[in-house]
Write a protein that binds this ligand. Sequence first.
Ligand code: BGC
Length: 716
Amino acid sequence: MTPFDDASTRVAAGADAHTEASALVALMTDDEKLWCLDGDQPFWAGMAHLGTGGYHRRTFPAGRVERLGIPGFAFSDGPRGVVIGPATCFPVSMARGASFDPDLEERIGDAIGRELVAVGASLYGGVCVNLLRHPGWGRAQETYGEEPHHVGEMGAALARGVQRHVMACVKHFACNSMENARFKVDVRADERALHEVYLPHFRRVVDEGVAVVMTAYNAVNGEWCGESPALLADVLRGEWGFEGFVISDWIFGLRDGPQSVAAGLDVEMPYRMVRAVQVPGALADGTLAWSDVDAAVTRVLATLLRFPARPHDRLDGAALATAEHRALAREAAARSMVLLRNEPVDGHPLLPLDASSLRVVAVLGRLAAVANLGDGGSSEVLAPDVVTPLDGLRASLPGVEVRHHDHDPTVVDGADVVVVVVGLTKQDEGEYIAPEGTAHLRHLLPPADDPALAAAFQAAASGEEIGERPTFFSTGGDRRSLRLSPEDEALVLAAAAAHRRVVVAVMAGSAVVTEAWRQAVPALLLTWYPGMEGGHALADVLLGREEPGGRLPFVVPTAETHLPRFDPDADAETYGLLHGQWLLDASGHRAAYPFGYGLGYATPSIEGVEVEADGTDLVVRATVRNTGARAGTEVVQVYAGLPTSRVIRPRRRLVGFARVDVAAGEAVAVAVPCSLQTLAVRQDGGWWMEPGTYEVAVGRHAADPSATVAHVTVTG
Ligand code: BGC
């Protein structure tokens, strides 16, 4: 038994993890403590390993001290699955956000957790909850949407599922929702905007018990997030009582090593880089105190003692992309697809298609026949195989001629229906890794690695590996226009001119402005980047074997000018109180499709709405009734606002939701717990509940004219 094992045993039996961790730190040498302040790998050897695909073959280890049996942790990324080996590629987080289904998200977390264990990881980096302030954000697909309550619930569900197996890390703390400028932008947000809009979902995931927080690259109010006492000491630990540990984002996540330690960032990831160079000197000249180092190491060890997951080197390829996990990916993809338009053709809504009446299906668009799974940066998952839209349709329609052309509209001649697949790829949006973006940080690169350490790392990295395919980051970046490419818009219009029965399937990570063509086609479906089973799910939905279960996790405006300003090159940007649906509500612009919108094939009704209030705690009760002949699904959405408010605030914001599946001819009673505290006003470090009569609207989306509106009075 090592000292760490002994401490673990005592913690499992009820001893205090922090006390046990302090005792372990007291046994450590100075060098061992410094070793725990950053990743265990040497920088240059690590970079060489990354450059040959190492990111997808090995975890990132940190904090291992063999003498005391301290296992450290081993990180692997997400969010659409495990990035090591041929793992299950789920639909991207934004798609899963559209499912409005935290139970499903928890099951996905559970599956990802199992696959993490199979690749030897003990920490998952895929709980990304940065708010979608603007859909142009290149990494929009990695988060869940624009509404804090919804984003928090979905992130908490993923963390819950993952943490049945390993530790989860929530990121990027905070206000990281611009990509190209992430290494330089200073996000300015006043106290209200921060605490009411940009932080609540982080707090939700912290309250769920997430083990680890990753800081963002950008600055907030003039402090780099990885060095920010305001964010780390005051908010995260002081106000929220976070008990886990904090890691940096990769490579350029901090600039001032000693300041980052003092501020409360515990581990610099992924390599021995800035701190290894700067911290020893700062300790020697007294600008950094050893007590700050001890505090950081204690927090890491206390968390490791509380979470049983341990890194290991046994790679279990058979546990990756199992039949069960693929089925889950298919289910999630169908439950995420959002049907935005389904107009009658010859007296009936075009969808669902009746497979028995089809002889020829024409499929147009290059994206129909390629794997299109989303971002090509840190979230890329190397699925062992991918079902494209074309594969999915062909598999579901044996005996039907399914023809395809990238762009020739004459392929539609004689077809019963046309499916046009358009949208974006990892070249158009995603993580942005352009060398010029970090040129100003080159001075942070360390000198040559310690030869002994580099050799030890190379030896370890050349061990057993699953998945041999090196990949290279694609360009990605923010979008400068929310429209489809001119070629895609022309293709849709050409198809619409040539045929009456046209379904447009849009693949993208967030909003696409559709004004130039949406009225020209009867059916419009948002498929997102739907994961490795996405083509099957698309066929399931088009043929009515599954409901198009998704609802928009953001507003789709009629014009980009209705959204906040978005400048991908900004050095500074102000984040305010209103964005997305809230901004459209305030300015009176009608949305093309409001937040929460999505059609089904079955049309269950929401009846008998009652709102019970106990102070600011609400329970909304309703019955979802399906009088139709097919099973349906509805997302009951609860919005609240204070029409008489004396402060600037959203007209209404989401305070609760419940996804309900209802069989044909059935009715399901639903109770949605909500809190009006979601509408509390932040002031001088505290919270203020404005007195007045709050409106509580229960409906199908943020602009539902048939929502039931109840009133709840809050007194001072
Ligand atoms: C990304 C993080 C990610 C990390 C490790 C960084 O480039 O910003 O989201 O967790 O890489 O993969």
